[in-house]
Design a protein around this ligand. Structure first.
Ligand code: DGT
Ligand code: CA
Ligand code: CA
Ligand code: ZN
Length: 570
């Protein structure tokens, strides 16, 4: 049982209790514990095995520790099972509809007996929802649209969770006798923001031994199929995994084939055919003669292609670029010199200023920007001008003591409904970096939302638009906004956009990142860390940037602090 599994179960419990109308403190305690656990660097399962107290984690008391231990030891959580007896489980699906929070779900259930997506869709189609207090026709139409979308889309797993699952399984397979090379393939290797299933490739002369070892993997919930060279499993998290074994001389060809994407493969297969060759998961062939297969490079060289980074393999221009020798030199984690968006205990972060600095230094960074929330976000303990100035003074004093490291004074200032900003200009102008973002009024029309953001960009002090679309992966779709217009507006004004590296955000998404590059707007890759270990999300943000074809020069935080200061002065 992984930390993500525990967090998911606790969130499920919190949602159930919330729908039931349980005590708000209790619900919040479960949610906040889930968050802590998800970002905890050590596996709780291991802590329990070693008898280390879970109460050491922030916000986890005796009672919660007992429940988590039960979950880890038995795979079950009695309180959750009891809640599931009291309430239909379909109610949880309803929470995925972005218009619906716990109160509305309860209302729909009590008033109309709606307890699953299907029933929700039906009621919306029949126009029965609009009559409920607080709903109306527009909300009903929105609910219908989302219910249909959720119904069609099979569940996909977030990239960070998929990575964790793949890393653990690969570590297990490394202990199999006769395993030679092991790699993840498929959408995970391409770095897609969500994956349908995991594809794991092993090279070995002895498939059956690898597969027998695989069957003892403790995370398996169900063996879907078990063969000598291919097996399919379902893990406790629900994630499905294809594991394939090939001979080592075919490993490169198989890795290439199973990395995909399918559209990319179809295009290269045609290129091979045009050259009188055949390409498949065993190698590249001329007639029956095998020309290559050990590495991806040697396979691709036979069709005159340079090696293509997996993030680009979507048949969206990478083959032409590889032929012409114009593939981008994609940004890497090593290019990153700092992080420009993070929170401290001054607002809703879990670590203090100095802790964030130490953690950033340990990552080899040269600078960070501290960007706590502004006053409007009272729930997040947002800073007003007075508190922000106090923080700035604290940062000045800290900078005096630091060598080879700079803390930039920043804020994540809220964009108000009319496009004005949540703090007065005279304090914004004292900041080194002004991050600005939408945290309210997600439901404006596309025109209104775009105009609102452009208006905010007219303020002469703002620098980086954070999480520009507001989407939450597997959560809400994000506000409607004309990203192209925002990018062009940013270009004119010398403003930058962000790739927010929170695993549930990854916002801008890959296609918008690529549009930014095409328009010539530099992006900041920022973790929006609310705890020290969340600085590690940078790797996910870099992957997303790579999928957007970004090079080092396209990324703001590959610059030195001196260059940055210049770019922040508009
Ligand atoms: P996913 O799992 O939906 O996130 O996406 P993928 O890309 O991992 O897709 P998956 O798991 O169905 O297959 C892995 C790769 O194997 C895929 O990217 C390309 C290759 N592949 C699978 N089936 C076919 C096929 O019928 N034709 C070709 N050309 N390639 C295939
Ligand atoms: Ca897959
Ligand atoms: Ca697959
Ligand atoms: Zn933030």
């Amino acid at each position: 049982m992984q930390n993500a599994d525990i967090a998911r179960t606790l969130n499920r419990l919190a949602n159930m209790l919330d729908i039931e109308g349980a005590n708000a403190f209790r619900v919040r305690a479960y949610r906040s514990a889930a968050q802590t656990i998800e970002s905890h660097p050590r596996a709780l399962q291991e802590m329990v095995a070693l008898d280390e107290p879970l109460t050491e984690l922030a916000g986890i008391g005796q009672d919660l520790a007992k429940k988590i231990t039960e979950l880890i030891n038995t795979g079950r959580l009695t309180v959750l099972e009891e809640a599931e007896k009291r309430l239909p489980p379909g109610l949880l699906q309803l929470m995925r509809v972005s218009q619906l929070g716990p109160r509305r779900v309860r209302q729909l259930h009590e008033a109309l007996g709606i307890d699953n997506l299907e029933a929700l869709k039906k009621a919306a189609l029949e126009g029965r929802i609009r009559a409920l207090e607080g709903f109306g026709e527009k909300t009903e139409a929105g609910i219908l649209k989302e219910a249909e979308r959720l119904d069609d889309a099979p569940p996909r797993t977030r990239l960070d969770e998929a990575h964790q699952a793949a890393d653990d399984l690969i570590a297990w397979l490394e202990h199999a006798r006769g395993a030679q090379r092991i790699s993840a393939a498929g959408s995970l290797r391409r770095g897609r923001e969500t994956v349908g299933d995991l594809d794991i490739l092993v090279s070995s002369e002895d498939g059956p031994t690898i597969m027998t070892h695989l069957m003892d993997y403790p995370e398996i919930a169900e063996v879907v199929s078990h063969g000598k060279t291919k097996s399919t499993l379902r893990l406790h998290s629900g994630l499905q995994v294809d594991v394939r074994v090939v001979a080592d001389e075919s490993f490169g060809a198989a890795l290439y084939y199973f990395t995909g994407s399918q559209a990319h493969n179809i295009a290269t297969r045609k290129m091979a055919t045009d050259r009188g060759l055949k390409i498949n998961e065993y190698g590249i062939y001329k007639g029956r003669q095998r020309l290559a297969g050990r590495t991806e490079e040697e396979v691709l060289a036979r069709i005159d292609l340079a090696w293509i980074p997996p993030e680009l393999r979507e048949n969206s221009g990478e083959l032409e670029a590889a032929l012409e020798g114009t593939l981008p030199e994609l940004v890497t984690l090593d290019d990153i010199r700092g992080d420009l968006h993070m929170h401290t205990t001054a607002s809703d972060g879990k670590a203090g200023l100095e802790d964030m600095v130490h953690a950033a230094r340990r990552r080899g960074y040269r600078y960070i920007a501290i960007t706590d929330h502004s006053q409007r976000l009272a729930m997040a303990n947002g800073l007003d001008a007075r508190r922000l100035r106090e923080q700035m003074a604290e940062i000045d004093a800290l900078n005096e003591r630091l060598k080879n490291f700079t803390v930039l004074k920043g804020n994540e200032v809220d964009i108000l409904e009319d496009g004005s900003l949540d703090l007065p200009d005279d304090v914004l102008k004292e900041l080194d970096v002004c991050v600005f973002s939408v945290h309210s009024k997600f439901n404006l029309s596309r025109e209104q939302q775009t105009a609102r953001i452009l208006r905010a960009m007219d303020n002469p002090h703002v620098n980086i638009l954070a999480h520009p679309t507001g989407r939450i992966i597997n959560g809400r779709e994000g506000h409607e906004v004309d990203i192209e217009a925002v990018l062009r507006g940013a270009k004119e004004r010398g403003i930058f956009l962000e790739i927010n590296a929170q695993p549930a955000r990854l916002d801008l998404a890959d296609r918008w990142a690529r549009m930014a590059r095409d328009i010539g707007v530099m992006l900041a890759i920022s973790t929006d860390a609310h705890a020290t270990d969340q600085l590690g999300h940078m790797a996910l943000g870099v992957t997303q940037a790579r999928r957007g074809w970004l090079e080092r020069k396209d990324v703001l935080n590959t610059r030195t602090v001196t260059q940055l200061r210049k770019l922040m002065r508009r």
